[in-house]
Design a protein around this ligand. Structure first.
Ligand code: HEC
Length: 130
């Protein structure tokens, strides 16, 4: 490419390589633990922790959605997917829209985590509790 200096080309190639594979930024579990305070009104994340307004979230990454013995699943009732980072990101952004699209049911989680950085951090935190 005659119009670019060689260094610019390399920088672009490196950026593409870094972004490749996953569209999600890597989160920080320690920061996520702080963001999780917002979830604590409804969730515990300890092993064997009790269900509150929402289900216990220990080991939720890699777990089948709606699969604990929590009695009050609504939007996640009949869920047929396993939680991974991308799905959790979409869910936490807007549980209501996500549930409507996925199960056709109304979500009982009345909470949205709007900042993508917060979501990345909290997902990193949830990955660490297992
Ligand atoms: C007002 C209460 C409330 C708050 C606050 C809340 N949740 Fe929830 N959460 C729920 C309920 C209720 C469900 C079950 C949803 C359903 O079945 O529709 C749920 C479900 C979930 C699930 C799916 C669990 C499973 O077993 O499949 C995840 C993951 C989750 N919440 C994460 C979070 C995170 C992370 C936060 C904080 C950013 C949060 N929630 C904040 C009430 C809440």
């Amino acid at each position: 490419m005659w119009f670019m200096k060689k260094g610019t080309c390399l920088a672009i190639a490196a950026a593409v390589a870094l972004a490749g594979g996953s569209a999600l930024a890597a989160g920080d579990p320690a920061k996520g633990a702080k963001v999780f305070k917002k979830c604590k009104a409804c969730h515990t994340a300890k092993k064997g922790g009790k269900h509150k307004v929402g289900p216990n979230l220990f080991g939720v990454v890699g777990r089948m959605a709606g699969s604990t013995d929590f009695k009050r699943y609504k939007g996640l009732k009949g869920a047929d997917w396993t939680w991974d980072e991308a799905l959790l990101d979409e869910y936490l952004k807007d549980p209501k829209a996500f549930s409507k699209k996925r199960t056709g049911k109304r979500s009982s989680m009345v909470f949205k985590l709007k900042k993508s950085g917060d979501r990345a951090n909290i997902i990193a935190y949830l990955k660490s509790v297992k």
